[in-house]
Write a protein that binds this ligand. Sequence first.
Ligand SMILES: [Zn+2]
Length: 92
Amino acid sequence: MDLFSDDYTDGNTLAGPLRELFTVDMTGAVGRCVHCGGEGPVAGMKVYAQAPGLVARCPSCQEVLMRLVRGPSDAWLDLRGTMSLRIPMPPE
Ligand SMILES: [Zn+2]
């Protein structure tokens, strides 16, 4: 497969799938930590609200998994400490 072929669509193709993902309760999603490889539910993360926004840390290694900042007209979600999120979905 040619990774850089012209056979692609733009990011609007993601609109439906992303809208479906971000309307479910994410606290049951299982995240994997980039730093230690540990897995656990979002509800089990250690969340610190004293920073600008919310900072979620890994309960195993204490590294940052996620940052969420809500401004007046935008939200920033930084997931660089999370390798993956497995999100439970209703049946199709
Ligand atoms: Zn960790």
